[in-house]
Design a protein around this ligand. Structure first.
Ligand code: TYD
Ligand code: MG
Length: 476
């Protein structure tokens, strides 16, 4: 490929621009586009000219006995599950997350766990000196785990070491610190990060090693974010959590060897990350007595049910533009629910400040949380607590109709296990066998508004049945 004039690359998403721009057209990030020397990925001029010459690609049929890939288990259940049942040899995994969230801690613990299972394990750090890693290891009680360390950023030296050592598991912390002298631009630039990730994934495929790359999520500027290598790796995990909360969620957003959207839950303690086998109990443990504005959402993350409290506060707003603050949920989704409440149920909250929080630092992405959010808002607006033994789930459409949510049985079973006995759910939900839950079927959001506030919406029934007894209930 020819050396080209400087190009302009977005550090967030890697999009290439012809000229500098304050905002990336492709992903919308501000201040992320910057000039980068390097090789432009242009198509060869002769595409389609030399057809019929050279080696032909092989074709095979879809049918064939492919054994399931062998797995390396970390014996850390939360991590193994997110990986889809363990680490697959000859694969590349990206672990992204904000700086300081605990990526290095997680991967040092994982490396020690793999090594103690008998896998040859190398931990390469471009961020910390060996002394720092040793200190962390002894703090975590892992000083005698058979992990080999290297504090190095020169990728050629690292690859030479890996070729000689032939480890089964390689951790590279972080991909943004690695550099190749064959690439012109600075360490951390999109070209360097891509080239380094390419070299390491190629090593993984060539030598059958499992390579785990750490990628810092960067806010803005010259350092490339982990998104620019997502397409090169087999598995993408994000480590998330709110600062100030000890809970950390490891979430699979892409996995060629297992289900995506699977989560693992950890707690950051003084001795590193501890796994949390029962996340619902943990997220609900801070739940106090009944207060207005708190609704329990029966959610599903990947294959696992997770119950979490959604908290809303509705306060009078000074004239002007009312405040909307959302933690752990999508703010445009909140705007939609408020609009549906106003237009379809006659509950106008547009003149109020509204705060919404998902307790425990979890980020909820499921549309099925709509009904729980609406219930929390209605309860906050009316000042009446919701029944303490109730959970909510269901997606709300623009018409106000409550749409079915997947895995209703899983949700009901988890709620019953944790001592809840009523579920406000879409009308299609049948009470699960033996779950012991009473299912309150909500066909339209106005029915919930009517129960909570006594508001008659356009589609609501005539009676002001605040308790909602009787109609549509069914017991397992
Ligand atoms: P770290 O793994 O260095 O984060 P990252 O690699 O994602 O940047 O962890 C950072 C935080 O974790 C740090 O603020 C201290 C805290 N921590 C603990 O609370 N307990 C521990 O045992 C360890 C090792 C770290
Ligand atoms: Mg780190």
């Amino acid at each position: 490929m020819a050396r080209n004039a400087p190009i302009f690359v977005c550090a967030e998403c890697g999009a290439v621009h012809a000229r500098w721009a304050g905002r990336c057209d492709s992903c919308g990030a501000w201040n992320a586009v910057h000039e980068e020397a390097g090789v432009a990925a242009s198509l060869p001029k002769s595409v389609g000219v030399a057809h019929g010459k050279g080696r032909a690609a092989t074709l095979v049929s879809l049918e064939g006995e492919e054994p399931a890939p062998p797995r390396l288990s970390a014996a850390v259940e939360e991590l193994d599950r997110v990986l889809g049942g363990g680490l697959v040899p000859a694969s590349a995994v990206l672990v992204g997350g904000d700086p300081g969230i605990g990526k290095s801690t997680l991967l040092l613990q994982a490396a020690a766990a793999f090594a103690r299972q008998g896998a040859k394990c190398v931990y390469v750090s471009g961020e910390e000196a060996t002394a720092q890693i040793r200190m962390r290891a002894s703090r975590l009680g892992l000083q005698n785990a058979p992990v080999s360390l290297s504090a190095e950023t020169d990728l050629n030296a690292i690859l030479a070491m890996l070729e000689a050592e032939k480890p089964a598991v390689v951790v590279v912390d972080s991909i943004q610190t690695m550099w190749l002298d064959s690439v012109d631009s600075a360490p951390g630039s999109v070209s360097q990060v891509r080239a380094a990730a390419h070299a390491l994934t190629a090593f993984a495929k060539r030598r059958g090693a499992a390579v785990i790359l750490v990628g810092h999520v960067t806010k803005e500027g010259q350092i490339a974010g982990p998104r620019v290598v997502e397409h090169m790796v087999d598995t993408v995990l994000y480590f998330e959590g709110e600062r100030g909360h000890p809970f950390r969620i490891l979430r699979a957003v892409k996995n060629r060897f297992g289900p995506a959207a699977e989560i693992g839950v950890f707690e950051m303690t003084g001795k590193g990350l501890a796994q949390v086998g029962n996340p619902s109990a943990l997220f609900l443990s801070e739940r106090g007595r009944e207060v207005p504005g708190a609704a329990v959402f029966a959610g599903v993350e990947g294959t696992r049910p997770v119950l979490v409290e959604i908290q809303a506060l509705v306060a009078p707003s000074p004239p002007g533009s009312p405040r909307r603050a959302v933690v752990g949920w999508d703010s445009s989704r909140l705007a939609m629910i408020l609009a549906v409440l106003e237009a379809r149920c006659g509950v106008a909250l547009s003149g109020n400040d509204i705060y919404l929080n998902v307790a425990g630092g979890l980020r909820v992405g499921e549309p099925a949380a709509d009904l729980a959010v609406a219930a929390a808002l209605l309860s906050a607006a009316g000042g009446d607590p919701l029944p303490a033994e109730a959970v909510f789930f269901g997606e709300i459409s623009l018409s106000g109709a409550v749409r079915p949510a997947p895995q209703a049985d899983t949700r009901l079973r988890e709620a019953a296990r944790l001592g809840f006995n009523v579920a406000f759910a879409p009308s299609q939900v049948k009470p699960g066998a033996n779950s012991g839950m009473t299912v309150r079927r909500i066909e339209h959001l106005s029915a919930l508004a009517e129960m909570a506030l006594g508001v008659d919406g356009p589609a609501a029934g005539s009676g002001k049945d605040r308790t909602g007894t009787g109609r549509g209930d069914e017991r397992a």
